[in-house]
Design a protein around this ligand. Structure first.
Ligand code: HXC
Ligand code: NAP
Length: 305
């Protein structure tokens, strides 16, 4: 289902006309809503992911609701050759991208001592290596053609204070924050700039099933208790979408190398991570793992690349 109406956006119609934006993982969750906002404001939007059917459905859903052009491209960002092919397809479809959102990710809660090397790689290969290779493939083209661009990476506040029970994700996100800071300087002179958005809890199917597996089953993806958050609530999709549009638009061009949290000040108040899970029993961890792996298997069955 499409999520937004023009009343949800703080920008004038047509603001993003002429912009060409790739959103990795844009077929679901936060990626889809950022795609929707860019589309509604006139951008051409490309979305990628591993489940071709999910992408097709998202593109159709958004274009049925708002018109415009959303192009679904099945691509596994763990495969550098597949990323190069995707960039060739995009460049052949109308020229350079003007913006990239590194949004695709994998994550699950686990005691770190329970992780296997494959478990670590399952996350690091998407977030750490995948986000870098996507950025590199686009960056090489921008620099060769002398085109400016905005890169926005969707990270978490764990880059500042760590992420207990989500260590491979926290480590990988922190590495991408370092990438953004480094390339903001290295490529700033080329007009290619880098900023990070660090969302607090924004309930999505993909996130809730893997980070709140038991609550997710009880509440359909919602959160029961937000008393630890100073604003007392989760984030609204439109709040995130407006921030992403701002950072992608050329009029924010002097904003470079920044990380912006959008979490109601949760991380200042109590960390915003999963420290509370220290009290979980072996049985609770077993149940969580089984619920997460059932979701993983269901999603894997839909992958087309
Ligand atoms: C321990 C686990 C596990 C768990 C999987 N593994 N789940 N280990 N606890 N809960 C291990 C498996 O046992 C296996 O290792 C290895 O990980 C690979 O598992 P696969 O299922 O084969 O992986 P794969 O099919 O590649 O799937 C990747 C994935 C999956 C990351 C595991 O979750 C995925 O595709 N996710 C994409 C969507 C997603 O995660 N969205 C959430 C983003 S939310 P062994 O050794 O047993 O073979 C987010 C929010 C952050 O990031 C901030 C919130 C505030
Ligand atoms: P989500 O719906 O599960 O989104 C993850 C997306 O990444 C999916 O569309 C998935 O599609 C794609 N993806 C995963 N592996 C991929 C790969 N190898 N190649 C290409 N695409 C891949 O979860 P979400 O909550 O919207 O999360 C989006 C981003 O926000 C993530 O970076 C997450 O860390 C961040 N974030 C979310 C929250 C939150 O509260 N929701 C908070 C902080 C940060 P396929 O499975 O089809 O490939």
């Amino acid at each position: 289902m499409a999520e937004l109406s023009m009343d949800d956006l703080m920008f004038k119609p047509g603001l993003m006309t002429g912009e060409r934006i790739l959103i990795t993982g844009g077929g679901t969750g936060l990626g889809k809503v950022m795609a929707e906002a860019c589309l509604m404001l006139g951008a051409t939007v490309y979305i990628c992911g591993r489940r071709g059917g999910v992408l097709e459905e998202a593109a159709k859903d958004l274009m049925d609701a708002h018109g415009g052009k959303v192009v679904p491209i099945p691509c596994d960002i763990r495969v550098p050759e597949a990323i190069a092919e995707m960039m060739d397809t995009i460049w052949a479809d109308g020229g350079a991208l003007t913006g990239l959102v590194n949004n695709a990710a994998g994550n699950f809660i686990s005691r770190t001592e329970d992780l296997s090397p494959r478990g670590f790689d399952a996350i690091a290969n998407i977030v750490f290596r995948g986000s870098f290779f996507v950025t590199l493939e686009a960056g090489k083209r921008w620099i060769a053609e002398g085109k400016p661009a905005s890169v926005v990476s969707i990270l978490t506040t764990w880059i500042w204070n760590g992420g207990p029970f989500t260590v491979p994700s926290a480590m990988s996100k922190a590495a991408i924050a370092t990438m953004s800071q480094s390339l903001a300087v290295e490529w700033g002179g080329h007009g290619v700039r880098f900023n990070n958005i660090l969302p607090g809890p924004f309930p999505t199917e993909g996130m809730s099933a893997r980070l709140n597996p038991s609550q997710s089953q009880e509440t359909g993806g919602g959160y029961r208790d937000m008393s630890g958050n100073p604003m007392g609530r989760v984030g609204e999709m439109r709040e995130l979408a407006n921030l992403a549009v701002y950072l992608l638009h050329p009029l924010s061009a002097y904003v470079n190398g920044q990380s912006i949290a959008i979490d109601g000040a949760s991380w200042q108040a109590g960390g915003g991570g999963f420290a509370r899970l220290r009290s979980w029993t072996d049985d609770q961890w077993k149940a969580a793992r089984e619920a997460i792996q059932a979701t993983n298997a269901k999603d894997r069955a839909k992958r087309t690349v």
